[in-house]
Write a protein that binds this ligand. Structure first.
Ligand SMILES: [Zn+2]
Length: 482
């Protein structure tokens, strides 16, 4: 009898909690701009840029800031803590130097926690939990926008040997906190997709395994439940764009070991999103989903989520290109062939690693019917034709030249420059125009022709529709060949 009475009540109160949670998430999303840290608006952020932000929190009585370590090159690692709860939550970012999205989101989250906005929910979080943020674990890598630290090692393969001061700091902080939950915050390649779909894996999750058997103990189950909760939130804003990371046990990695040491480990990977090279929309999704996760951890409502739902999140796959050209006619040695082409718009860093330019490459060619593109062009009935080269003192009207089938201009090359922002490659005096021979790894320049008329140009991975103005076609840069 008792059970019959209690059950509907319990379900009723759960319904209320879920509604409150949805409202909280919706308001976080809607009010995001108020809390976004404006100085961190592109990915190549450096240690020096986040120091003044951290100093402000040091002067703020709501926060505790403690220097917990130093990188090999002597950059400080600082732990920023807030809350009066007894349950410790540990969040760290950018263990890989070129993975900054969550570092940006952490400062947005800190601004929110500092504000009087949504006070009720915030008080609930901060009275039950104590949050500890360690942003930019690998500042030496961030300085040169590379994955590895100054020792040239992957800090995420140093959890056992602990040779890097960055890894030792991470281990020491984890051990001192005995955190119930750990958020291990990374970026992954923009070329990951949700398995068997053209949708990028904008966010990928993993409840890290703690043994080769991939057993699910209580610690891991809790991570799975919170991940299912976060997945549901992301589905509202980026439907179909969540992937599940492979849970193969990696004995040297931090995530796996932290799970083994008893912390429910949630790995979050920020991937790709269309027209968002600097990942600012993904940063916002980090902000909304992490704060929402903290709320469900504080209320305990995640415990109602079936652990098995974790397996329903699609796997991560890596089948995306920036540009996929389908069914193009490719003439080679007097015969025609039908190919698909997959192109990457790779980034080449400028001096100082504060910005980049594009240097494209052909990733694959042939039957790419199991692959996808951020941009896809059906080139059925289109034929590849080679570019022309002209010689001139000064490049005037580059788009006019391109429309005439010119892909290269032989001219005096500007000093110290690797690229131009108009759609024409510049080449040196000795440059020889060769036939278009496609092989993976090259950066092809060619035109498309249909019924005897030039329709498109491919310049440094950008496909330009010659019948339209250049503006609005998302062109990045062409290259200078010295
Ligand atoms: Zn990473």
């Amino acid at each position: 009898m008792m059970i019959k009475k209690i059950l509907p009540l319990a379900l009723f109160s759960l319904g209320l909690t879920l509604q409150a949670q949805d409202d909280f998430t919706t308001q976080l999303y809607a009010s995001y701009e108020r809390f976004r840290e404006p100085s961190l608006d592109q990915r190549r952020i450096k240690h020096a840029e986040i120091q003044p932000l951290i100093e402000k929190f040091r002067d703020n009585p709501k926060f505790e800031v403690n220097k917990v370590g130093e990188s090999i090159e002597g950059r400080s690692l600082q732990l920023i803590s807030i809350g009066s709860g007894t349950e410790n939550i540990f969040l760290w970012s950018q263990m890989h130097g070129d993975e900054p999205t969550a570092t940006q989101a952490i400062f947005d989250i800190l601004h929110f926690l500092d504000s009087p906005y949504l006070q009720g929910e915030k008080e609930l979080i901060l009275s039950r939990l104590k949050l500890h943020f360690l942003p930019m674990v690998n500042p030496d890598g961030a300085e040169v926008f590379q994955r590895r630290n100054a020792l040239g090692i992957d800090v995420n393969r140093d959890a056992l040997r602990l040779q890097s001061p960055e890894g030792r700091t991470l281990k020491r902080v984890r051990d001192s906190l005995e955190a119930s939950f750990g958020f291990n915050l990374h970026d992954q390649s923009r070329y990951y997709n949700a398995e068997r779909t053209a949708k990028p894996a904008t966010i990928s999750y993993l409840a890290a395994a703690y043994n080769y058997e991939k057993d699910i103990n209580e610690v891991r189950a809790k991570a799975m439940q919170v991940i299912v909760f976060m997945d549901r939130i992301i589905q509202n804003y980026a439907p179909g764009q969540v992937g599940r990371y492979s849970d193969g046990f990696e004995p040297r990695a931090f995530g796996d070991n932290i799970a083994k040491w008893g912390t429910s480990l949630i790995l979050i990977e920020s991937g790709g999103y269309a027209d968002d090279r600097e990942k600012q929309q993904i940063r916002k999704l980090n902000y909304v989903s992490i704060l929402s996760a903290l709320y469900t951890i504080a209320t305990g409502s995640y415990r109602e989520i079936p652990v098995g739902d974790y397996e329903k999140i699609p796997n991560n796959d890596r089948k995306l290109f920036d540009l996929k050209i389908e069914n193009v006619t490719y003439p080679l040695m007097g015969k025609d062939y039908i190919l698909d082409l997959g192109l990457f718009l790779n980034e080449a860093d400028l001096k100082g690693h504060e910005d980049f330019y594009y240097r494209a490459s052909l990733g694959d060619q042939g039957d790419l019917s199991t692959f996808y593109g951020y941009q896809t062009f059906d080139a059925t009935g289109y034929r590849i034709v080679p570019p022309k080269m002209v010689e001139m003192d000064k490049v005037a009207d580059p788009y006019g030249l391109l429309r005439d089938g010119v892909g290269y201009v032989k001219t005096e090359l500007p000093e110290g420059q690797a690229f131009v922002t108009y759609p024409m490659n510049l080449v040196h005096d000795g440059f020889k125009l060769r036939p278009v021979v496609l092989q993976p790894g090259i950066n092809p320049t060619f035109f498309l022709e249909r019924e005897g008329k030039l329709t498109h140009a491919l310049i440094n991975g950008f496909l330009i529709d010659l019948s339209k103005p250049l503006e609005g076609q998302g062109f990045g840069n062409a290259l200078i060949y010295r």
